[in-house]
Design a protein around this ligand. Structure first.
Ligand code: NI
Length: 164
């Protein structure tokens, strides 16, 4: 089932998501729907808050080895000192992108859809995607990482594009 994606004008995107207590059939269905929604929208990552559910879950589909992940209750264990810049976008802010600098690699622990603890060491685009989605769970958008002046410019650009 395709879900509606929450967009920038919704304050929900600034809310902190809650830990998943139990991976029940409802969560399994939600994750499947999130994948379908992400695929249709041609995204590489989607968090539950973006479909209106404040739970610490995100999915990724980055075109690199190991790039397809279901991530539940993630904990970032390590970030590299080395950083890199990627031009990021977000399904919740369609039409807008911005250059964001983040650590080049990330080590993350999380539960998979079977409730099994996983540890992934990610680099390049997957590392960026994981950090971008992790931020969503804490109510942070990529534009929040921009210089305030540039952020305002991007928001105005978005409003203009979408006639808000
Ligand atoms: Ni996003």
């Amino acid at each position: 089932m395709i879900l509606d994606i929450v967009t920038l004008n919704d304050q929900m995107l600034h809310s902190k998501s809650e830990e998943v207590k139990e991976i029940d059939t409802e969560i399994v269905k939600l994750v499947k729907d999130m994948y379908d929604t992400m695929e249709l929208a041609k995204g590489v990552g989607l968090s539950a808050v973006q479909v209106g559910v404040l739970k610490r879950i995100f999915v990724t589909d980055v075109p690199q080895k190991g790039g397809k992940l279901v991530v539940i209750n993630p904990v970032i264990k390590d970030l590299s000192e080395k950083r890199r810049v990627y031009e990021e976008g977000c399904l919740s802010i369609p039409g807008i992108s911005g250059d964001i600098e983040r650590p080049d690699t990330v080590v993350i622990e999380f539960l998979d859809i079977r409730g099994k603890l996983q540890r992934v060491h990610a680099n390049s685009l997957l590392a960026t995607c994981i950090q971008h989605e992790f931020d969503h769970l804490n109510g942070i958008l990529f534009i929040d990482k921009l210089d305030p002046e540039i952020k305002l410019k991007k928001i105005n650009e978005y409003r203009k594009q979408h006639r808000l």
